[in-house]
Write a protein that binds this ligand. Structure first.
Ligand code: FO1
Length: 303
């Protein structure tokens, strides 16, 4: 079975592991809206967490970076008086340095990502949603912040007034992403923040049309009640006027998805979701341990 997984950060990793365990021919299309130039290197958190997860080296407790990584480079930068609020590990820095060098040599982000994924041993293709820079920008009372400034530096505290995707109008789905979606038996939207992890890709002209042409699109909601598995999804959904619940996720995805899998605790929403033209499956969406990840992946593929 050919599976394309649209993936964000921490919340997506568990489903990616579950899909990998199914022996599916997997292609990951990772969000680029969180990418940022930090410490002189190009950091791509969602691309990297997908690569580290599939290569079996991700730090599962933190939800980002590499297991057992050290932070010596940051210690010295702090001693030199530089701000070090973004905890980029030493081995993680190596990935970012390699990527930055490849980009400076003229490779596209797609080519650089494919090379990194292969060398890390992901066993499947990892692709950025697009090659052009698309940046999630959050409007707050103190001004606009990128996702890392909002979430890591400011700890997600500022009031979010709105969200825009800087650069999206000039971006296009890459040929590799098009080909993967066209050949896929199913496109799975991982339980990622719909505003910051899926929204940047949907804002790319032609991306929603591409998803509509897919054989089947199934999403796993990241929400249980009004809370996401992780991260600021609820707050940012409210900022974009979407109800912070699986109902809001279904509304955002109803223009391209065939089905959505939601928590059995939200079973009460199923009828309204079906009214939007989506099939709705309810299950225990908390993926605890490898068995839980595999079970939910099987249910998503069968939905
Ligand atoms: N998240 C944090 O909360 N604090 C950090 O210091 C931090 C560092 C970091 C370094 C590399 C990387 O790839 C991701 C990192 N993240 C960190 C996670 C990241 O901010 C977000 O969780 C993702 O952008 C959301 O998908």
């Amino acid at each position: 079975m050919r599976v394309v997984a649209l993936a964000g950060g921490t919340g997506s990793a568990k489903l990616l592991r579950g899909l990998q365990a199914q022996g599916a021919e997997l292609t990951v299309v990772a969000n680029v809206g969180d990418n940022a130039w930090i410490y002189g290197v190009y950091v791509c958190p969602d691309v990297d967490i997908a690569c580290y997860t599939l290569a079996g080296i991700a730090d599962r407790t933190r939800g980002w970076g590499i297991r057992g990584d050290t932070f010596r480079m940051l210690d010295l930068m702090a001693r030199a008086g530089t701000e070090t609020w973004f905890k980029l590990g030493d081995r993680d820095l190596a990935t970012c340095l390699a990527r930055t060098q490849m980009l400076r040599e003229g490779l596209t982000l797609t080519r650089a990502t494919e090379a990194i994924a292969e060398r890390l041993g992901t066993g499947c293709a990892v692709l950025p949603a697009c090659d052009e820079p698309v940046q999630t920008v959050i409007s707050t009372p103190g001004g606009e912040l990128n996702l890392q400034e909002f979430w890591v530096r400011e700890k997600g505290r500022p009031r979010a007034l709105g969200v825009r995707y800087l650069g999206s109008a000039r971006a296009r789905p890459t040929a590799r992403v098009r080909e993967a979606v066209e050949k896929a038996d199913i496109v799975v939207v991982c339980p990622a923040n719909p505003v910051t992890s899926v929204g940047p890709s949907l804002a790319v002209p032609g991306f929603v049309r591409l998803l509509r042409s897919a054989r089947r699109v199934v999403a796993l909601s990241p929400m249980v009640g009004r809370s996401p598995f992780s991260g600021p999804a609820g707050k940012l959904m409210e900022a974009t006027k979407a109800p912070p619940s699986s109902l809001g996720v279904a509304k955002l995805y109803s223009r391209f998805a065939d089905a959505i899998v939601v928590s059995d605790r939200d079973a009460g929403l199923s009828q309204e979701i079906r009214g939007m033209g989506l099939a709705c499956v309810t299950t225990d969406t908390m993926m605890s341990g490898p068995a839980g990840e595999a079970r939910v992946a099987r249910e998503v593929l069968a939905a």
